[in-house]
Design a protein around this ligand. Structure first.
Ligand code: SF4
Length: 754
């Protein structure tokens, strides 16, 4: 086998984006016939899980869109040529802008896992239209954590699990949902080492919980009580890092008072946990040399989620678990992909925007109303909100009521089916692409992956689509581009000077910087890397903001020299580049609060903690006695870019998991069926009886219920979780949905019942 047969790329199925090497073959040489982890990738270092090996199912989906589509009056689609599609889309959106204002044009998406360049190019189209409001999946999941983190630390933090002696996972099963580099290797190392302790908080005995030293099998929805109890024990037993707090934090006293007031026994009772085990766990956390922790959707999509994020961060601060190896850090970022400040409100519901994102759960109500500021048009790019947001039926009605819905995507998704126009995009293997989720420390890496395959006739990269839309909207003209192109032909230094003198001083042109870079610098790049042109602007920003970190990684000199060297390295190293090397002390410089200290006292959340502890015992609706966790990550679930059900080697139907006791009470066995009913919907589901579930708790996987073409027509495999969820069930602070805590009931299905 020739080593040159293997070509570098990345897995696109979770935020780790492990480096891969693939061999192409099969019909037309367009199939991924072999896949392996790429040892040269600076973060994953050869690691890849089982999901990466069947990416050919993504590349060769049967529902690929190969030409621009326009909806006819009868609801069917007709194909268009690109010039007509671009002209009509630009005209329709410009008409909405001119009639109702640009703020009435909503932008959703911008890229999935490892597919973040579309969002960078879309900024130009959004600016040309004056589109102000946007959202994406982060506002389904992470905005509570972002909001709390920015109020306390003025930054988002991550954790170093490789060097910790205590690891804590809250509502997180990294065995299947990953999020940390080389997750299974790291988990096994933690589990094997008697000097280290792995703590897992999960209502289910997950694969990670199986490896844990301490599994706190919390009652579903009981996480806030557990964290309140852990914090209270830390305070009562004085396991608080006083020196650290004196040096780096402010607002300790109100926090100590609030935690002292927690009734530990009652909180453990509400969490469904043995008090002695909770006390022992608090001791382990409080005495850790280095504690690393991670909260994820298990707690972020459940009741009290923002309070949980706050209590989690108090735990980090009270134990001094920040700014030292094995604890929490603030990484250097090449791309400032989001902030966490709660600035601004959505125009109709008045919902808080965190990181500039409208909570997904208010989207339908901000369309289905007669408010003058309602959204009238929408661009959806590399996202499938009709499937992934709560109460799909209501969102479908909202999308259908828009003046104009434009979808830019690879496949005819559930959202694309509702569109007025579908603009077909190249797959992630048919263009240069990158992930902006670069969260490593102290050595942080960025991976610009070259295109592996030319796109077939029809689809275009998002960079090209946005450049064409910008031209049609009159945002950029040839007179602007020509001198920059000419400068680019004279070399990088001439181009940099032209860009800095012609584009950077002009806010209108700066709003189009991404597509200007693509149209002028892009043509000088090797064709498989053209969409990477926007990274030159981002490298310039990083060089001026993080010069010392870039210099330690070998990109020194003036900001211009450093940016040029980094950009060249990104182009030249197809397995990724270490672009920043940090020092742990820099974490404290990156605390972004006005006084540079960690702010412990968030009065609104301390008040919520007080109310939580004073609340009466949980009352469940007798009509819905079960708690459904909708959207569990399993061995063969991923985001919905993998639409072909054939990719799953296990759990083909996406079974509902339930405990043996519940199965016995219902008289059902694995492979049997039950009717699952929530306040919003009902579905007949296949059952998997699992000892990992506690009685009263059932779970459905994510990513199922997609409509997919078959030889016999079309099939839908499994249940789309959001046919069962309600937008009203959401966090009161940031609007994140409670998908992990859906009240439900189960009933036996009579033989033959559909
Ligand atoms: S699914 Fe995640 S952990 Fe697995 S190979 Fe892909 S990127 Fe890596």
């Amino acid at each position: 086998m020739d080593a040159s047969d293997w070509q570098p790329t990345a897995c696109i199925l979770c935020e780790c984006n492990c480096g891969l090497e693939v061999r192409l073959g099969g019909e037309g040489g367009r199939h991924l016939v072999r896949t392996r982890g790429d040892r040269r990738h600076p973060v994953s270092r050869g690691y890849a899980c089982e999901k990466a090996h069947r990416l050919d199912f993504y590349q060769h989906g049967r529902d690929r869109v190969l030409a621009p589509l326009r909806r006819r009056a009868d609801g069917s689609f007709e194909t268009l040529d690109w010039p007509t599609a671009i002209r009509e889309v630009a005209e329709r959106l410009a008409r909405v802008r001119d009639t109702h204002g640009g703020a009435s044009i909503f932008y959703y998406g911008g890229g999935g896992q490892a597919n973040h360049l579309p969002g960078a190019y879309a900024t130009a189209t959004r600016a040309a239209l004056g589109s102000r409001y946007r959202s994406n999946a982060l506002a389904q999941e992470k905005t509570g954590e972002m909001w709390v983190s920015h109020r306390m630390f003025g930054a988002s933090t991550r954790a170093d699990f490789e060097h910790c002696d205590v690891a804590l996972f809250l509502g997180k099963n990294p065995w299947h949902s990953h999020s940390i580099p080389r997750a299974r290797v790291t988990l096994k190392e933690l589990a094997r080492d008697p000097g280290r302790t792995l703590v897992v908080v999960d209502p289910r005995r997950s694969e990670t919980a199986e490896l844990a030293d301490i599994h706190l099998q919390v009652r579903p929805g009981g996480d806030a009580w557990l964290l309140a109890a852990l914090g209270a024990v830390l305070v009562r037993e004085d396991l608080v890092a006083h020196d650290f707090l004196r040096a780096h934090a402010t607002g300790l006293e109100p926090v100590l008072a609030a935690l002292r007031a927690v009734d530990i026994a009652a909180a453990c009772e509400r969490a469904g946990l043995d008090e002695a085990l909770v006390r022992r766990t608090a001791g382990v956390l409080g005495r850790a040399r280095a504690l690393a922790s991670f909260e994820d959707l298990g707690v972020q999509m459940g009741p009290n989620s923002t309070l949980v994020s706050y209590l989690h961060r108090l735990l980090i601060a009270l134990t001094g678990s920040f700014g030292k190896p094995g604890s929490h850090f603030v990484p250097t970022t090449l791309v400032p992909f989001t902030g966490g400040a709660g600035k601004g409100k959505s125009p109709v519901a008045g919902a808080t925007l965190v990181g500039g994102l409208v909570p997904c759960n208010v989207l339908a109500e901000e369309i289905l109303c007669d408010h003058p500021a309602r959204y009238r048009a929408m661009i959806v790019e590399a996202a499938n909100p009709a499937h992934s947001l709560a109460d799909s039926a209501r969102l479908r009605a909202a999308l259908a009521s828009l003046d104009t819905l434009v979808v830019i995507d690879v496949a005819l998704t559930e959202t694309a089916r509702l569109a007025d126009y579908v603009l077909p995009a190249a797959t992630q293997l048919e263009k240069a692409e990158a992930s902006f989720f670069n969260f490593e420390f102290p050595r942080n890496a960025f991976h610009l992956r070259p295109r592996l395959l030319p796109p077939p006739e029809g689809p275009l990269s998002e960079a090209e689509i946005h450049a064409r839309l910008g031209a049609a909207l009159g945002a950029v003209d040839e007179a602007t581009l020509a001198p920059l192109r000419e400068a680019a032909s004279r070399g990088r230094a001439a181009y940099a000077e032209a860009f800095m003198t012609r584009v950077m001083p002009d806010p209108r042109l700066m709003s189009q910087a991404s597509t200007i870079l693509y149209r002028t610098l892009g043509p000088t790049l090797p064709e498989p890397l053209r969409e990477g042109a926007v990274l030159y602007g981002l490298a310039l920003r990083a060089a001026s903001k993080h010069g010392a970190s870039l210099a330690r990684a070998g990109f020194g000199g003036t900001p211009l020299e450093a940016a040029g060297a980094l950009f060249d390295a990104l182009l030249a190293r197809p397995s990724g580049v270490v672009f920043a090397v940090d020092e742990w002390s820099q974490c404290f410089e990156r605390i972004g609060t006005p006084d540079g200290r960690i702010h412990l006292d968030l009065p609104d959340l301390l008040e919520t903690l007080g109310a939580l502890c004073a609340s009466p015992a949980e009352v469940r609706d007798a009509a819905f006695p079960f708690v459904l966790s909708a959207g569990e990550r399993r061995s063969f679930t991923a985001n919905t870019i993998l639409r072909d059900p054939g990719w799953r080697l296990a759990d083909a139907a996406g079974a509902l998991r339930l405990s043996p006791a519940d199965a016995a009470a219902l008289g059902v066995e694995t492979g049997g069926r039950v009717r699952l009913t929530t306040r919003r919907g009902s579905a007949v589901v296949t059952v998997e009886v699992s000892g990992t579930m506690q009685p009263g708790h059932v779970s459905l996987p994510n990513g199922l219920g997609l409509h997919y073409p078959t030889d016999a027509g079309e099939a839908t495999t499994g249940v789309a979780p959001n046919e069962l969820t309600a937008v009203e069930d959401r966090d009161p602070f940031v609007g994140t949905p409670w998908h992990k805590h859906v009240p439900a009931r189960l009933e036996p299905v009579a033989p033959g019942e559909a």
